[in-house]
Design a protein around this ligand. Structure first.
Ligand code: AMP
Ligand code: MG
Length: 322
């Protein structure tokens, strides 16, 4: 178990010595290191068992700090940052040399955001350098939304977890990049596409999950629990299935065909914000249940429902371990 608490001085001293600290954000917990130090950043890849082709998000405390690391910022990027930062929007911008290539996996762009969490913002202010931080989980597994989640998997590998409570948004940031100054969504996430479009007009969403280097983290199989996940548009289960062997993740209501103890409801009120917040802990709970596989219900394909469905699709696409 890693020590956890709200001690910013302790977190600061570890990070200054090129160590790793798990930090709370409004999206998920991050595994943080000094973004300017290759020696620190390499530890993130080791601890997560993350392939070096999967770049990291750099967390800053202000637009001024972001400006020091990038150039050629498109007008629409400025508008989005002004509207959504601090918040769950990551912007891909042309990087300056001060950002080590290891952070961006050799790409010419760096992913940047200001996280919306008071403790982490205080830490960033105190540090004076930005933090590279991917989600604090082993590569490919479900992202952590609580201190317990981080401790369950990385507790033996890191010295400290900054305890900011459970994550409010519960799903990773939306990632937006620019091609010829025009915005394109690389990953659906905590800021719905519709909200982005109110600021910059119609945006293209890269729907294809891919292992191509320009969109490295968008692997087809990701965000996956250990149990096999099947995604269903409705509750109709295979006739052959034994209901006791199935765990259900449902949007609003139970399915009478399956024991209630095997089911998790994401939001009884049908609130997509609440559903996103509960999604990753639901997937983790399924791993603890005595079931053979998970059947998840698709949510309405609008607002945060799109990001939730995206995560469920990737979880279902996993073809390892079984
Ligand atoms: P994580 O913080 O674990 O959700 O991972 C960060 C994700 O950000 C990566 O998996 C990539 O999908 C994405 N990312 C980071 N930097 C870039 C970049 N320069 N270009 C495209 N995607 C990026
Ligand atoms: Mg991740």
């Amino acid at each position: 178990m890693a020590e956890s608490g709200k001690d910013i001085e302790k977190a600061k001293s570890i990070l200054k010595q090129d160590g790793l600290v798990a930090i709370p954000t409004e999206t998920v917990y991050g595994l943080a290191a000094n973004a300017f130090s290759e020696e620190a950043v390499v530890k993130i890849f080791e601890v997560k068992n993350r392939p070096s082709f999967d770049p990291l998000i750099v967390h800053v405390d202000s637009i001024e700090q972001a400006k020091d690391m990038v150039e050629n910022v498109p007008e629409k990027a400025k508008e989005l940052a002004a509207r959504f930062w601090p918040g769950p929007l990551t912007i891909l911008l042309k990087k300056k040399a001060i950002i080590p290539d290891m952070v961006t996996s050799g790409l010419s762009t760096v992913a940047i955001r200001i996280p919306d969490h008071p403790l982490t913002l205080d830490l960033l202010h105190a540090l004076g350098f930005p933090l590279a931080a991917p989600s604090a989980n082993p590569f490919g597994y479900v992202s952590p939304t609580s201190v317990k989640h981080v401790n369950d998997q990385l507790g033996d590998k890191i010295p400290y977890i900054l305890d900011g409570g459970d994550c409010d948004v519960g799903i990773e940031s939306t990632i937006i990049g620019f091609i010829d100054k025009e915005p394109e969504i690389f990953r659906l996430g905590g800021i719905p596409v519709e909200d982005i479009e109110t600021i910059v007009g119609k945006v293209h969403v890269k729907l294809h999950s891919s292992s191509r280097p320009e969109a490295p983290g968008l692997l087809e199989s990701h965000y996956a629990p250990l149990k096999k996940v099947k995604l269903k548009d409705n509750s109709v289960l295979e006739a052959a299935a034994d209901p006791g062997e199935i765990g259900l993740i449902r949007f609003r209501e139970m399915d009478p065909a399956v024991p209630e103890t095997n089911q998790i409801i994401l939001s009884r009120n049908g609130d997509l914000t609440e559903a996103a917040k509960n999604l990753f802990s639901a997937l983790r709970k399924m791993d603890e249940m005595d079931i053979k596989y998970v059947v998840a219900e698709s949510l309405p394909e609008k607002g945060l429902g799109r990001a939730i469905n995206d995560r469920l699709r990737r979880a279902a696409a996993v073809n390892r371990r079984y």
